[in-house]
Design a protein around this ligand. Structure first.
Ligand SMILES: Nc1nc2c([nH]c(=O)n2[C@@H]2O[C@H](COP(=O)(O)OP(=O)(O)OP(=O)(O)O)[C@@H](O)[C@H]2O)c(=O)[nH]1
Length: 126
């Protein structure tokens, strides 16, 4: 299964993270916003769709830079492709009622992060 996510940075170098809903897999843990790529969907299009659904932000493919990936050897295996964007995009809105915030890399590392998101975050710090 392919999942795409976004590390969106603000002007101060803080990154946007959101909290997964309780009751879901890794519920209550923090993650980069994003979601599953549907069959026949282009990964960048899936990311643009997910960010619009979750945060009400209209991104453009040209704003998205492929960064790192992480994988989990579950069945089915999950590959999480992370993109970055550092362009101003306006004020996010939590359209799914989720908690979210801007965090320095140190603040982000102190949160309870979903496992692949933690691996990906560490790539920025290192
Ligand atoms: N972001 C993230 N997702 C993970 C990790 N491990 C893991 O199995 N996943 C799975 O990857 C998928 C992420 O897609 P999603 O954010 O759209 O998932 P979701 O729970 O909203 O699922 P849904 O669309 O079926 O309601 C989920 O199935 C989630 O359980 C992880 O470490 N980080």
């Amino acid at each position: 299964m392919l999942v795409v996510a976004l590390a969106l940075f603000d002007q101060e170098g803080r990154v946007l993270l959101q909290q997964r809903p309780p009751g879901k897999h890794h519920g209550g843990m923090w993650e980069f916003p994003g979601g599953k790529v549907e069959v026949s969907e282009k990964p960048v299009k899936a990311l643009i769709r997910e960010i619009a659904e979750e945060l009400g932000l209209e991104l453009d493919a040209a704003m998205l830079e492929p960064a790192f990936f992480a994988e989990e050897g579950t069945d089915p295996a999950i590959v999480l492709n992370l993109y970055t964007s550092r362009q101003p995009v306006g004020e996010p809105r939590a359209l799914e009622g989720q908690d979210w915030g801007w965090f320095s890399l140190a603040q982000a590392a102190a949160l309870p992060l979903a496992p692949m998101d933690r691996k990906l975050l560490s790539r920025f710090a290192g």
